[in-house]
Design a protein. Sequence first.
Length: 246
Amino acid sequence: MMNVVANVLPDSSPILCYFHVAKNVRVRIITDCKVKQNVVVVDGQKKIVDEAKHSKLVDTIFDAWEKLVESPTQGLYEGNLMKFQDTCKDYPKFLLYVQETILKPFKKKLVRAWTDLVLHLGCRTTNRVEGTHGVVKEYLFTSKSDLGTCWQKIDEMLANQFGEIQSSFGRSVTVLEHRYKDVTLYSGLGGHMSRQAMNFIFLEEWNGIQERHQRIRFQMKLEIKEGLRLLAFLETTMLSPPPRMA
C-alpha cells in the first residue's frame, strides 16, 4: 500500500497506523522477550523461580515503546530511543526487529516528532476508516449488487447517520447536566448550547480561577481558604442556620 501511495500520490505525506504498528510490536514483545528464570534446588528437586512476571515485563517494554513513538520533538526522540534501547538490551532479537523493520525505514511516518508536521487533525490510525467500511458492508449485505442497489443502500446509510447526528446534538442541547442546574452562570444556558461547549466554558473558567489564585499574595490565599471553609462546613461556623423552633 505504501508503495502504491508513493507512485500514485508522490506529493502526499502518508503516515502509518499507530494502532496496528503498536499491536505488532506488542505481539513481538510477548514472543521475543522472555523473563529470566532462576533454577533453585528445594528438597533435592529443581524448581524454576521467575525473577519477574512476564506480563510486567511486557508492560514495561511496551510503555518504553509508547514513549518513544509519542516523542513530540526530535531531541526527545533521541533521548527516549536511548531509554528504549536500555530497556531492551537483554533482548537483542526484538531490538533488532524494531530498529531494522520499523524505526529505520518508517520513523518519519510513525513518530510524533515527524507526523505532527503533517495536517492529520489528530487521526493517526485507520480505525475510523475500518469502522466506516464495516458499516457500509452491513448495509450492502453482499458484494454482488448492481450499481443502483449500492447507491440506494449507501444513500440510506448516510440518511440514517445524519438523523443520528441530529438526534445526538438535540439531546446534548436539551439535557442539562446536574452539576450545572443550580449554577446561575450555566443554568440559563440550557437549551442554547451543547454540553460539550458548556464543558469547555467550565474548563476555561476553572483554569482562569487557578491562574488568578497563583498570582495573589499568600495572605489573600489564607483568607480565600477560610472563606471556603465557612461555606463548606456550615454546621461548624457562624454561617449555620438558626435552630428551628419546636
